[in-house]
Design a protein around this ligand. Structure first.
Ligand code: AMP
Length: 506
């Protein structure tokens, strides 16, 4: 794929860009493709006016609005590197990202300017500007005053378009360097795989500081000349009301479990939708089945990560198999290897998932050594996800490498134990973790969210003993009201491990 991200957008502009809505906000404001080209051009000019040059990072920590999309496209048109930050990050966290990325410009919410400006100054950031949740602020005013007719700064497809910091469920966040070719190629592949066209309207309720909302959802829409209803946050009732006007939705599993709690979720309510996509965290097979029973739609689950964009997808036509993440996308090679020896494993054997393709990032920002250890000499990237490929070629994710439990020398894949627990009556969900144990190294432990009618600890343990090899059976079952999740719905097992670290001590 030899084009820049904005070349791709231009190549797919509708015949009459002024007549076609690309973004409609939750409040009903509409922007056409003509607006998108003009406004992103104005942002590009404003950024250049603020001294942003090719390759400079533009760090952005702002609430979701249509203007963020224009700013993102403006940054790449100016030849800069867009660097969105999770809005939940504290000043101390922002300080780390700014010091690491050394952006030329930091865009923050005006309400946080006072507290963040000193942080940015201390990190050596040249300029700070603002953008609020309604899309107004100093940078928006600069764009108002700028010439929207901007000639894009020439960029090579291999140049950086964005840096996204990994969500940091393991250790320190690392900046994933994503090129124009990474983003453009994945957008084209996904749009084709999922049959997007200009008639599509996507319900977009994801945050835009993450690969899912910014790249998967937004770039696929832009690469197909489609439209999106751009919501500042997830609201199940609002989304149900919008479904008759939309054709697709992309969400994290939590979107689906929350929508399932709405009595209004019916075949009629979802009749206009042709495709529901889930990703970023495992979709329970139960959620998949419940959704199909309630709506008649089989949710399409896909798998990817910040570093690689999307790697696999269940088929658009053909079996969408619950509990799997589907088949490798066109142009993406996926293999499973023994994490110790690197030997390629046959079908159904569990090992480390490795991927290679135009979608895979260029490396970690200013971490050449870390980058070198995460790539094999033949160019495959070590994802850190454990899984298997079945005889039909479907990929199954079994867990993160770091979540693997080694107890008394035996490997336990948490997913296998979680599946057994989740199947028990009254159990909502579970997370299985390894905790320090003097005797076993790690003790298998389950944290369970259950309804009052669920069996207690002793009964669960008894039931599991009949179903799982003894070494896989948890030593303890702990109960919790809910599992800790990050913004993308991923269970933060590291927090559970920290909270319960002393369970087997003394
Ligand atoms: P992030 O970089 O925040 O997008 O997180 C990527 C990680 O999320 C992957 O490495 C997987 O561990 C997990 N993930 C993403 N999609 C899925 C999925 N469909 N099923 C299971 N895990 C997933």
């Amino acid at each position: 794929m030899s084009q820049t991200l904005f070349d791709l957008v231009r190549a797919n502009l509708p015949a009459d860009p002024a007549a076609k809505t690309v973004i409609e906000t939750g409040e009903g404001t509409r922007y056409s493709y003509a607006d998108l080209v003009a406004r992103s051009g104005a942002y590009a000019a404003a950024l250049v006016g603020l001294g942003v040059g090719p390759g400079d990072r533009v760090a952005v920590q702002v609430e979701k609005s249509a203007e963020v999309v224009f700013l993102y496209l403006g940054a790449v048109r100016a030849g800069a590197v867009f660097l969105p930050l999770n809005t939940a990050y504290t000043a101390a966290e922002v300080a780390y990202f700014l010091a690491d990325a050394e952006p030329a410009l930091f865009v923050c919410d005006p309400a946080r300017r006072e507290s963040l400006e000193p942080v940015a100054t201390a990190a050596g950031v040249g300029r700070v500007t603002t953008l609020d949740a309604s899309g107004r602020g100093a940078i928006a005013e600069a764009a108002d005053a700028a010439d929207p007719d901007f000639a894009d700064v020439a960029r090579d497809p291999d140049d950086l378009a964005a840096i996204l910091y990994t969500s940091g469920t393991t250790g320190r966040s690392k900046g994933a360097m994503l090129t124009h070719a990474n983003l453009a190629s994945n957008a084209v592949t996904l749009a084709q795989t999922w049959r997007f066209d200009a008639d599509d309207v996507l319900i977009h309720a994801l945050p835009v500081f993450h690969t899912h909302g910014l790249f998967v959802a937004t770039n696929v829409v832009l690469a197909s000349g489609a439209g999106m209803i751009f919501l500042s946050k997830f609201d199940a009732k609002q989304i149900l009301a919008l479904m008759p006007r939309a054709t697709t939705m992309m969400g994290v599993p939590t979107f689906y479990t929350r929508l399932l709690k709405e009595p209004g979720l019916t075949p009629e309510a979802t009749a206009a939708i042709r495709l529901f996509v889930s990703g970023s965290a495992p979709l329970l097979a139960e959620t998949h089945r419940d959704w199909q029973a309630r709506t008649g739609h089989a949710i399409l689950e896909r798998y990817g990560m910040t570093e690689t964009n999307m790697n696999t997808s269940n088929p658009y036509e053909g079996d969408r198999i619950a509990g799997t993440v589907g088949l490798p996308l066109d142009g993406v090679a996926v293999r499973v290897v023994d994490p110790e020896t690197g030997a390629h494993l046959p079908a159904d054997a569990v090992g480390m998932i490795e991927v290679k393709g135009a979608n895979v990032f260029k490396g970690y920002w200013r971490m050449p050594e870390k980058t070198a250890t995460e790539f094999k000499t033949d160019g495959f990237f070590i994802t850190g996800d454990l899984g298997k490929i079945d005889a039909r070629g479907y990929v199954h994710i079994v867990g993160r490498g770091k979540d693997l439990i080694i107890t008394g020398g035996y490997n336990v894949y948490p997913k296998e134990v979680e599946n057994e627990i989740d199947a028990l009556p009254g159990v909502v969900e579970s997370a299985v973790i390894g905790l320090p144990h003097a005797d076993f190294g790690e003790g298998v432990t389950a944290v369970v969210v259950a309804r009052p009618d669920a069996p207690g600890e002793a009964e669960i343990l008894r039931t599991l003993e009949g179903r799982l090899a003894r070494f896989k059976c948890p030593k303890r079952i702990l109960f919790a009201d809910e599992l800790p999740r990050n913004a993308m719905g991923k269970v933060q097992k590291n927090l559970l491990r920290d909270t319960h670290a002393g369970l087997y001590r003394g």
